[in-house]
Design a protein around this ligand. Structure first.
Ligand SMILES: Nc1ncnc2c1ncn2[C@@H]1O[C@H](COP(=O)(O)OP(=O)(O)O)[C@@H](O)[C@H]1O
Ligand SMILES: Cc1ncc(C[n+]2csc(CCOP(=O)(O)OP(=O)(O)O)c2C)c(N)n1
Ligand SMILES: [Mg+2]
Ligand SMILES: [Mg+2]
Ligand SMILES: [Mg+2]
Length: 295
């Protein structure tokens, strides 16, 4: 059983809206509140060599990234920390606070506990007049990504020049706001790799996604075939994936690349062939290195 299948099994209980987007969206007065929570563990999320300050930054960044993905403005974050050693709390909090401040948010509270494996849950709140959903893509729209893809996976695969990219993800908050204002039709962040994200988009849209691999912005200095793999299937980049009518692209102030087109047929393809929904996923029942879907 993998994470996506397990989350799908909640739909009969919670309804499809609960699992359809990067954040929960709650109407409040004349605006929307956007809420996201993410759990990170030492063994699966914090590569050996990261400092506690970097760990705190990453924990805040993954949640701010989900708020950015809705085109929302982050307001505040709560950080719940299960600590294997109490002396780690100061550094973790310092890193999370730096990431919050860099993106206009507060760190307003949290929880502290003892745990055998360092485990951090960050919960964020943002606001938007009109949030962008994962649904809303229309045939003919461009498919685009901010920045470049595959850098975090390049670092995990030994390309040390990408280490900072792996351990210090930058939530695309300003870009998310600008893209919302520019009229993107659908958006999400790429936490688990482009291929898996396109399949997540497919699940909530009535159309399909055709990607041209030659257009993928890849990590420079990595052999071409490897770079293509990392860009399609590597997790941890935290760029934004969005669809936009051609007449609204490019968006001033947003570094983004067109990688394909939204099509009527309900499938995800790369260069005309089916693109497998492979990427970074949490799994049960087999160890990560036995499971080809886990990276
Ligand atoms: N245990 C759960 N109960 C309810 N909703 C969940 C649960 N786990 C995940 N979800 C929802 O499923 C969707 C996908 O989750 P996830 O893949 O973690 O998104 P993201 O990568 O943006 O954090 C989100 O809307 C999330 O809120
Ligand atoms: C061992 C390892 N692999 C990959 C990464 C890059 N990375 C950081 S967070 C993340 C994915 C996000 O984690 P997840 O728990 O799936 O959060 P969500 O998709 O819900 O945002 C990845 C792939 C990493 N930091 N460490
Ligand atoms: Mg997300
Ligand atoms: Mg999540
Ligand atoms: Mg994930």
């Amino acid at each position: 059983m993998d994470e996506r299948g397990l989350i799908r099994s909640l739909v009969p209980l919670l309804g499809s809206a609960a699992t359809a987007d990067d954040c929960a969206a709650v109407r409040h007065g004349g605006e929307w509140l956007l809420l996201s929570t993410d759990m990170l563990h030492e063994t699966t999320d914090f590569p050996i060599g990261m400092t506690d300050v970097e760990i705190g930054w990453m924990a805040a960044a993954v949640t701010l990234s989900d708020i950015a993905a809705m085109g929302a403005r982050p307001l505040t974050l709560l950080l719940a920390t299960g600590l294997d050693r109490p002396e780690r709390l100061a550094g973790i909090t310092e890193g999370a606070l730096a990431c919050c401040r860099a993106h206009g948010a507060d760190l307003a509270g949290g929880d502290t506990d003892a745990h055998t494996e360092l485990t951090i849950v960050s919960t964020g709140l943002g606001t938007a007049a009109s949030p962008v959903r994962r649904s809303g893509a229309r045939p003919g729209d461009l498919i685009c990504v901010t920045g470049y893809l595959g850098g975090a996976q390049a670092a995990l695969s030994g390309h040390d020049q990408y280490w900072r990219r792996l351990i210090e993800p930058v939530p695309r908050v300003a870009e998310g706001l600008a893209l919302n204002a520019a009229g993107v039709t659908a958006m999400m962040d790429i936490s688990d790799g482009l291929a898996l994200s396109l399949h997540d988009m497919l699940a909530v849209n009535e159309c399909g996604f055709a990607v041209d691999s030659a257009r993928l912005p890849r990590p420079g200095g990595v052999p071409e075939d490897e770079g293509r793999e990392f860009a399609l299937y590597g997790g941890g980049d935290f760029e934004l994936l969005f669809t936009i009518p051609a007449e609204h692209f490019p968006v001033v102030g947003v570094d983004a690349t067109v990688i394909g087109a939204v099509v009527a047929e309900r499938s995800v393809t790369v260069d005309g062939a089916p693109l497998p929904g492979r990427g970074y996923m949490h799994c049960w029942g087999s160890s990560p290195d036995q499971n080809p879907d886990f990276r």
